[in-house]
Design a protein around this ligand. Structure first.
Ligand SMILES: Nc1ncnc2c1ncn2[C@@H]1O[C@H](COP(=O)(O)OP(=O)(O)OP(=O)(O)O)[C@@H](O)[C@H]1O
Length: 303
């Protein structure tokens, strides 16, 4: 058996793709910028670099390919192909030339976060409408391209639910990245569209404040609840933030899933309503991040 941590090095030429450079590495494998020599275009190619991919890796690649293919939306990365090389799965996507939200300097002006929030929630709405729960929404799983369009990616932990509302939308299993997991999922309850909305609310709160949300103890907070207190309101932390936008983010972060939006659709509608009086979308792009506000995501501080 291969020693733990040993990885497979892919060949430079792989079917019709020529690997150019590493774009990122994650739990499932490595993502390369590649040249599609038959169509003469750049693509992103994710492949498992495990010496012996296990069944869960194979399943994860298959789920990701099918989930993305099913969604088909401008705010969700497009998948072009699912293949295998020497028994290892690979996926070919459109190459998104931009920065992941995890790479942006924080805090961002709230007006730009509103723009990001709208694109993100439209992508999530499309996923939910097609019966896909993402289950791993986090800053590293969304890229802002140079035109300011947000693209959701990494559906490797996605789960399929019925699009018919009479079928339960709950998927059991404590799955995802602990920091962005909804409190009920952390406590063992099933994932639902509301748990995706919680993760989205958390990352929007962090984009606006550059801080991890913290709660303030209250006299009425339940002793054994996931949070013994109430969230510090965004209006106290972000000067001038639109109250309704702050309210929408905080609603996504409700401890009780029933207190969140019912579906990403409702969040989209709330954000679209906000856009009109504010003069339309601001088309934020990575280049427009304030150069003075450099606070790496890794260095997020608590309040
Ligand atoms: N289509 C793409 N275009 C450009 N860059 C991409 C693309 N897909 C992925 N990346 C880059 O590769 C990184 C890893 O991708 P991804 O999250 O899909 O891999 P993963 O192995 O599933 O990671 P994780 O451990 O976060 O689940 C991303 O953060 C991003 O920087």
């Amino acid at each position: 058996m291969a020693p733990l941590g040993e990885t497979w090095t892919p060949p430079t030429e792989l079917d019709e793709f020529r690997l150019m450079r590493l774009l990122g590495r994650g739990g499932m494998g490595a993502v390369y910028l590649a040249h599609d020599t038959s169509l003469d275009r750049l693509v992103a190619l994710k492949l498992s670099v495990a010496l012996q991919p296990d069944t869960s890796t194979l399943a994860s690649f298959a789920i990701e390919a099918r989930a993305i293919a099913r969604i088909k939306h401008p705010n969700v990365v497009t998948v072009f192909r699912a293949g295998q090389i020497e028994g290892r799965p690979y996926l070919v996507y459109e190459y998104v030339d931009g920065k992941s939200l995890a790479e942006l300097p924080l805090p961002l002006p709230w007006r730009y976060v509103l723009d990001i929030a709208l694109g993100f929630s439209r992508g999530l709405r499309a996923a939910h409408q097609r019966g896909v729960l993402h289950r791993d929404l986090k800053p590293g799983n969304a890229i802002l391209d140079s035109d300011g369009t947000i693209k959701l990616l990494d559906f490797g932990l996605a789960a399929f639910v019925g699009t018919d509302r009479s079928t339960p939308w709950a998927v059991p299993g404590v799955v995802g990245t602990p920091r962005y997991m909804a409190p009920e999922v952390r406590l063992g309850a099933a994932a639902t569209p509301q748990s995706d909305l919680y993760a989205l609310g958390l990352l929007l709160y962090e984009l606006c404040t550059g801080k991890v949300p913290r709660v303030r103890p209250t006299a009425t907070a339940p002793l054994a609840g996931p949070r013994a207190g109430s969230l510090v309101p965004l209006t106290e932390l972000v000067p001038g933030i639109d109250r309704d936008f702050a309210g929408a983010i905080e609603r996504c972060l409700a401890d009780d899933p029933a207190g969140r939006f019912g579906l990403a659709d409702a969040l989209c509608l709330a954000l679209e309503r906000l856009m009109t009086p504010l003069g339309g979308e601001a088309a934020f792009s990575p280049e427009r991040a304030s150069p003075g506000a450099v606070q790496p995501w890794e260095g997020l501080t608590t309040l």
